[in-house]
Design a protein around this ligand. Structure first.
Ligand code: ADP
Length: 516
C-alpha cells in the first residue's frame, strides 16, 4: 500500500514527468534518425549496385554478339568474344556471364556457341527463367520508345537472396533482330551492410535511451533541488516566525525571481500581521480606560452612594464613558473597514469650493464661541471628482483640530487652490503647534501628542481623526503634508489630483506621499 502510494507520488512528480518527456523525445528522435540514416544508406548502396550493373551492362555490349556461328548455322547464338589468355578480361566476362539470360523475341532462351542455352546456371538456379510474356513485353516496350530505358527489378531467390536485375534489348546487327538480355547481381553484400547497420541501431538505441533517461533523471533532479529547498524554507515560515526569509541563490534565474516574490509576499504579510498586532494592542488599551472608569464609578456608587443624586451622578458619569466607548468602537469599525478596502469611494463631480465653503460656514459658530477668527480663500469654481462624504469628514477633522488646538484670539485659515495638475486644500492655524519629535506620529492610530489635550475625559480626542484624514487623501490618490512650529501654528496641506489626471499620475502621487 505504502509502496503503491510512494510510486504514485513519484509518477506525479515534476521530476518524473520531465524525465519521461525527455526519454520519449529521445526515443522518437533516435528512431527517427535511425530510420532516416537507413533510408539514406539504402539509397546510396542501391545506387552503387545499379552503377556496377550498368558497368557490367556496358561491358556485356562489348563482349556479347548475337550471330550465327557459321553461314549454314540455322540459329542465332549468343557468343561471348574475349581473350581467354587475359585473366582480367576473362574474370570480367565470367562475372557478367555468371548471372545472365539471353532469349529471342518469343522469350525462348537462345543457344550459345556450345549448343547450350545461353542462360547461366547462376541465373536459373536463383531466379529461374524469365517468363516469355515478360520478355515480350520488355522487348515491345523498348522498341516502341525512341530512347529505351533499362528495366530494373529486384527479385528474391528461393533461398531468400536478393538480386538486382537489369533487362533490356540487344540487337543482332546483321539481321536487325531484337534479343532479350537480362543481367543479375546478388545484393547479399549490400543486404549485409544494411542489416549490420540496423543491428547496430537496435543495439545502440536502448543503451542510449537508458543512459539518456538516467541523465535526464539526474539533470531534472538537479534543476528541481532548489525548488524543494524553497518549499522546505517556506514550510518553516509560520505566523509566529514571519521574519524568516528564503535565502536568495544569486543565480538570477526564474527561481530567484520566485524567491524574491515569495519573500516580498512574506514581508507584506509580516507588515499586516504587525499592524494587526499593534491594532489589537491599541484597541485593548483604549477600551480598558473607559471600562475601568465605568467600573470604578459603578463600584463607588454601589458602596458609597446614599442619595438619589449621588446615584444619578455616578450613572451620568458611567453613561458618558459608555458614550465614549461606543464612539471608539464606531470610529474603529469605520477605520478598519476603510483600511481593509471595504469602503468604496462614491466619487462624483462636484464644486469643491462650495463643499469647503459650506463647512467653513458651519464652523463659524463654534469658532466665534472660542473667539477664533475663521477665514477662507477660494475660487468660485473648483471642479473635482471626489467622494463628498469622505472629503467633508476630512475637512471637518482638520478644522475641528485647528479650532481645538488654537487659543482664544487665534486665527484659522482655510484656502483652496486649483492648479492644472492638482488641487490644494490648506487648513492653517496659529495655535500651539506640534513639536518636531511628535510630528512623525500624528497620523498613527490613537496617537495624541502628549500633554496636548485636556486630561483623559470626554473632550479628549480619540487620536483617530488624522488616521482618517490620511486614509481619505490616499484613497483619492492624493497626499497630505504637514508643517508645524511649536507656539506658532500648524499647516496641513492636502494635495489631490486634478480632474481628468490619469491614474499613472495619481499612482505617482501616492508613491510620493509624505505624511510628514
Ligand atoms: P484627536 O482626535 O486626538 O484630535 P487626531 O488624530 O486628529 O486625534 O490628532 C492627533 C494629535 O495631533 C492630536 O492629539 C494633537 O495633539 C495633534 N494635532 C492635530 N491637529 C493639530 C493642530 N492643528 N494643532 C496642534 N496639534 C494638532
Amino acid at each position: 500500500m505504502f509502496r503503491r502510494l510512494h510510486l504514485r507520488r513519484i509518477s506525479r512528480g515534476l521530476r518524473f514527468r520531465l524525465t519521461a518527456s525527455y526519454a520519449l523525445f529521445f526515443t522518437v528522435f533516435l528512431i527517427g534518425v535511425a530510420v532516416l540514416f537507413r533510408e539514406r544508406l539504402d539509397h546510396i548502396l542501391q545506387k552503387q549496385e545499379q552503377d556496377a550493373l550498368n558497368d557490367q551492362w556496358a561491358a556485356m555490349k562489348g563482349y556479347l554478339r548475337i550471330e550465327k556461328k557459321h553461314e549454314i548455322d540455322p540459329d542465332e547464338r549468343a557468343i561471348w568474344y574475349y581473350d581467354d589468355g587475359d585473366p582480367d578480361e576473362t574474370r570480367i566476362v565470367l562475372e557478367i556471364k555468371n548471372y545472365s539470360f539471353v532469349a529471342d523475341a518469343s522469350g525462348k532462351p537462345i543457344l550459345d556457341e556450345n549448343d547450350q542455352p545461353a542462360v547461366s546456371a547462376g541465373y536459373t538456379d536463383s531466379l529461374g527463367l524469365d517468363p516469355p510474356p515478360v520478355v515480350q513485353a520488355t522487348i515491345n516496350a523498348a522498341r516502341s520508345l525512341k530512347n529505351p530505358s533499362p528495366v530494373w527489378s529486384t527479385r528474391w531467390s528461393a533461398d531468400g537472396e536478393r538480386y538486382l536485375v537489369r533487362a533490356g534489348l540487344v540487337w543482332d546487327q546483321r539481321h536487325q533482330l531484337p534479343y532479350y538480355v537480362a543481367l543479375g547481381m546478388p545484393l547479399s553484400q549490400y543486404g549485409n551492410i544494411l542489416r549490420g547497420f540496423t543491428w547496430i541501431f537496435i543495439g545502440v538505441i536502448p543503451g542510449a535511451l537508458v543512459l539518456g533517461t538516467f541523465l535526464g533523471w539526474f539533470m531534472a533532479g538537479r534543476a528541481l533541488t532548489p525548488v524543494l529547498a524553497v518549499a522546505q524554507a517556506a514550510q518553516r515560515i509560520s505566523g509566529s516566525n514571519l521574519s524568516l526569509r528564503i535565502p536568495n541563490r544569486e543565480a538570477g534565474d526564474e527561481l530567484d525571481y520566485l524567491i524574491l516574490t515569495f519573500n516580498r509576499m512574506i514581508e507584506r504579510l509580516e507588515a499586516s500581521f504587525q499592524q494587526m498586532k499593534q491594532f489589537s494592542a491599541d484597541v485593548s488599551h483604549e477600551l480598558r480606560t473607559p471600562i475601568t472608569a465605568i467600573r470604578g464609578q459603578l463600584e463607588v456608587a454601589l458602596f458609597t452612594a446614599k442619595t438619589t443624586d449621588q446615584y444619578r451622578e455616578a450613572m451620568f458619569n458611567a453613561l458618558q464613558d459608555v458614550d465614549r466607548l461606543s464612539q471608539i468602537v464606531r470610529a474603529l469599525l469605520l477605520l478598519s473597514q476603510a483600511e481593509s478596502g471595504q469602503t468604496i469611494l462614491q466619487k462624483s463631480r462636484l464644486n469643491l469650493s462650495e463643499v469647503v465653503e459650506d463647512l467653513v460656514e458651519q464652523f463659524q459658530i463654534p469658532a466665534e464661541e472660542a473667539r477664533i477668527t475663521l477665514t477662507s480663500e477660494m475660487p468660485p469654481d473648483c471642479p473635482a471628482e471626489v467622494d463628498r462624504v469622505q472629503i467633508e469628514r476630512m475637512i471637518t477633522n482638520l478644522l475641528s483640530n485647528a479650532l481645538k488646538f488654537t487659543d482664544k484670539g487665534g486665527h484659522v485659515r482655510v484656502a483652496l487652490q486649483s492648479f492644472p495638475d492638482r488641487i490644494e486644500i490648506v487648513v492653517e492655524d496659529d495655535g500651539r503647534g506640534i513639536a518636531p519629535e511628535f510630528l512623525p506620529h500624528i497620523f498613527d492610530r490613537f496617537y495624541r501628542v502628549p500633554g496636548s489635550g485636556t486630561a483623559p475625559g470626554p473632550e479628549q480626542g480619540l487620536g483617530l481623526g488624522l488616521s482618517f484624514v490620511a486614509w481619505i487623501a490616499k484613497a483619492h490618490h492624493g497626499k497630505i503634508e504637514v508643517e508645524s512650529t511649536p507656539g506658532k501654528g500648524t499647516r496641513f496641506a492636502i494635495i489631490l489630483p486634478a480632474c481628468g489626471t490619469g491614474p499613472e499620475t495619481m499612482e505617482l502621487a501616492v508613491q510620493s506621499t509624505t505624511l510628514v
